[in-house]
Design a protein around this ligand. Structure first.
Ligand code: AMP
Ligand code: MG
Length: 304
């Protein structure tokens, strides 16, 4: 089982491992990531094999300052930069044109790259000490429930990785919002805790529109039908609907949405830990953070 490390010495250990070309678990404020040095293609390939993720599914690149964005990307628009000035560090990823030197292993063969500057102080320390960005998808097996603690990562990935840096429970709990700036107008590929309303308001100051329906070629793999899924079957209900009285547990995600997001994956994992075959889920209304929760829960509930 992977070794859980913490503090300054933990940061040092995972940076040494990244330098050797290992992949490591590391904390961000959204979910835990499975990180590799972006300069090392063998390490990037290892991310795909450990997760069991198709190599066409691109990885988000995590950076620690704006200089790294300008190194990775070309032609970043003023509207995109204005959005990032407000939302970074934080749970927002942007898809922009990739500089020629960015590994196409990381971009899944595309000429666009997804970039995020995470707010978690340990994530920033790792990237700064390494002196390079890290590519990091969520540190779980492909299609399964995302991890929001170091123990989740160690339990999921077992002996396939050697180290997980413990940064405590994730404050946000759902994956970053993704905005694709490689299309006009930019569009939301994945809803997150930074809402479409907030993003639209910022972009509108720069005369830029925002589309919330995504059909283009960069439709993100996280948008496929089944994802974030526990073994338990989930039956979805709108708030206020009559709930069946069949003895199955009822999970409510319709009040205190910040807490609902923070504990979402832990609660789905708990169903599996208790070998529960079926649970009822009460959805939040579709506004603000409710969009992100409905997105994850409907994918967790989708049939195979
Ligand atoms: P995950 O790594 O599973 O947490 O999800 C990362 C998301 O970012 C996936 O849905 C990716 O498809 C998306 N993504 C990463 N890079 C790109 C890119 N170059 N173009 C479009 N989407 C991307
Ligand atoms: Mg994921």
């Amino acid at each position: 089982m992977a070794h859980i490390v913490s503090g300054d010495s933990g940061v040092h250990d995972v940076v040494e491992a990244l330098r050797r070309g290992d992949v490591v678990g590391f904390p961000t404020e959204t979910v835990y990531g499975l990180a590799a040095d972006i300069r090392n293609e063998a390490a990037l390939q290892r991310i795909f094999s450990v997760k069991g993720r198709p190599t066409s599914h691109p990885l988000i690149v995590h950076i620690a300052d704006f200089d790294q964005l300008h190194d990775l990307a070309v032609g970043v628009s003023p509207a995109c930069l204005a959005l990032l000035e407000i939302c970074w560090p934080g749970p927002l990823t942007v898809v922009v044109s990739a500089a020629p030197h960015v590994s196409r292993v990381c971009t899944g063969g595309r000429d666009s790259v997804a970039v995020r500057l995470p707010a978690h102080p340990l994530a920033q320390m790792v990237i700064r000490e390494l002196g390079a960005p890290v590519a990091a998808p969520s540190a779980n097996r492909f299609g399964h429930v995302s991890p929001t603690s170091a123990l989740h990562v160690a339990n999921d990935l077992g002996d396939d990785i050697t180290l997980v840096l413990d940064g405590g429970p994730c404050a946000v709990g759902v994956e970053s919002s993704i905005v694709d700036f490689s299309v006009t107008p930019p569009e939301i590929l994945r809803p997150g805790s930074i809402t479409a309303e907030e993003i639209r308001a910022i972009l509108s100051h720069h005369g830029t529109d925002l589309s919330t329906s995504s059909h283009g070629p960069s439709r993100a793999p996280g948008m496929m039908d089944r994802h974030y899924a526990p073994r338990a079957r989930l039956v979805l209900h709108e708030a206020g609907d009559p709930l069946p009285v069949d003895g199955a547990p009822i999970l409510r995600f319709d009040t205190n949405l910040v807490d609902a997001a923070r504990h979402l994956y832990e609660r789905l994992r708990e169903l599996d830990a208790r070998n529960i075959p079926l649970a009822h889920v009460v959805l939040p209304t579709p506004s603000g953070l409710g969009f992100a929760l409905r997105d994850r829960l409907s994918k967790a509930a989708a049939g195979l």
